[in-house]
Design a protein around this ligand. Structure first.
Ligand code: IFM
Length: 413
């Protein structure tokens, strides 16, 4: 097998609310109000899954839906980064929890900033490249109370917070991800209404979508002013839509879906973007309707496992002419039945895309640790490393060891 490009980034991705524990933000408050409801709905939502007999104990228990101390990464980051290093990772993506840094408007908590600086320093000492996400879905309570992302003020406030971060890290961070999956968030929170603040309103949705784009562009300028060398991108969740048999109607539907899901946000911000972070999870077959997938292999969450989709998703981003870093890709697989195969097949397809001229610079698996999967809680297990939530013990899964060998050799073995 051929090698990946020189200096390829290998590692894993995480997000503050999902691993740190002890956060106080719009999500932590929403969890408390909704845990009992979510546990009550679990059988209806997940009862059909193959994994149901294994997950039902957790999924029907309200405490599953409270992020609480999560993986306690807040206190254990040093040992977790050491673990990542021992697995030959040379990069690590984490997010800064806005609500910790600025619990009240304009009042920055220097102690918390210092803690994130320690994470960056620790990564640098280990020879690992930090990829810093500035917003991964959670907002401070005062931002929630002023109307969240529906309010124009929020984009300005986010700018101030981001500028403070850029100044604080003083050139030690090269890669910044302003926003994580803005379209998934605006859809789930403002159209489907299943995430906080649970609205179902197309006007609110459009406002949020546009405010997020504005926020990105503003932060791009602010960070660049502070450090012209900084590389700024977003983590974009793209789906590969396949038009079955290339039929005309299917092609038309693909075009609409691509615009809605994949390219609309990128088109708004493409002039202020140094790289594209691709979060890839879904392949959707269009055959006179969406999602006509065969579902031959699925994850514990019932998501179809079609690793070849990533090759197409990458090729479809080629027109933007930007370097691409896979900022997320992974699966919920508690018994580690599919993960090794999935990683291998995914990487083979990334290599094919590279051979076809796509400029891919890195692969960050989701996720380093099992973690808190938002409105599903703790039962989905995405970690290369298993977490025992009672003892907080970490256990390296076999797939993580296989991945570690690939990271070391810079090629598929
Ligand atoms: O856990 C999430 C992450 O926060 C955003 N991207 C998808 C992951 C898996 O659902």
């Amino acid at each position: 097998m051929q090698e990946f490009p020189k200096n390829f980034f290998w590692g894993a991705s995480t997000a503050s609310h999902q691993i740190e524990g002890g956060t106080l933000n719009d999500w932590s408050e929403w969890e408390k109000e909704n845990a009992v409801r979510l546990a009550g709905e679990a059988e209806l939502k997940f009862g059909y899954l193959e994994s149901w007999p294994q997950i039902k104990g957790e999924a029907m228990n309200p405490s599953n839906y409270i992020s609480g101390r999560a993986c306690d990464f807040y206190n254990r980051f040093e040992e977790d980064l050491e673990l990542a290093k021992s697995l030959n990772h040379n990069a690590f993506r984490f997010s800064i929890e806005w609500s910790r840094i600025e619990p009240e408007r304009g009042k920055f908590d220097e102690k918390e900033i210092a803690r994130y600086k320690r994470i960056v320093d620790s990564l640098r000492k280990k020879g690992m490249e930090p990829f810093v996400t500035l917003w991964h879905w959670t907002i401070p309570l005062w931002v929630r109370d002023q109307g969240g992302w529906e309010s124009k003020k929020t984009a300005d406030d986010f700018g101030e917070f981001s500028q403070k971060m850029a100044e604080s890290f003083g050139g030690k961070v090269r890669f910044w991800i302003t926003l994580n999956e803005p379209e998934i968030y605006s859809n789930a929170s403002y159209l489907k209404g299943c995430w906080p603040p649970q609205k179902k309103n197309i006007f609110a949705y459009l406002k949020v979508f546009n405010n997020l784009a504005k926020a990105h562009k503003n932060v791009y300028d602010l960070i660049k002013k502070n450090d012209p060398q900084a590389q700024i991108g977003i983590a974009k969740h793209n789906i590969y839509f396949e038009a079955y048999q290339n039929k005309f109607g299917n092609r038309l539907m693909k075009k609409a879906a691509d615009w809605w899901w994949n390219f609309r946000f990128l088109d708004k911000i493409k002039n202020k973007l140094d790289f594209i972070g691709l979060n890839y999870y879904f392949y959707s077959l269009i055959d006179e309707g969406f999602g006509k997938n065969r579902n031959q292999a699925v994850s514990d969450m019932g998501w179809e496992l079609r690793p070849e989709g990533i090759r197409h998703a990458l090729k479809e981003l080629k027109n933007y002419n930007k370097p691409i870093i896979i900022t997320e890709n992974g699966l919920a697989d508690r018994d580690d039945k599919h993960r090794s195969w999935f990683i291998l097949e995914t990487l083979k397809n990334i290599q094919k895309a590279i051979a076809q001229g796509v400029d891919v610079r890195g692969y960050l698996h989701w996720s380093l640790l099992d973690n808190f999967e938002w409105d599903k809680g703790f039962w989905p297990r995405f970690g290369l490393v298993e977490v025992d939530y009672k003892t907080m013990e970490r256990k390296i899964r076999p797939s993580a060891r296989l991945y570690a060998r690939i990271c070391k050799e810079n090629k598929i073995i």
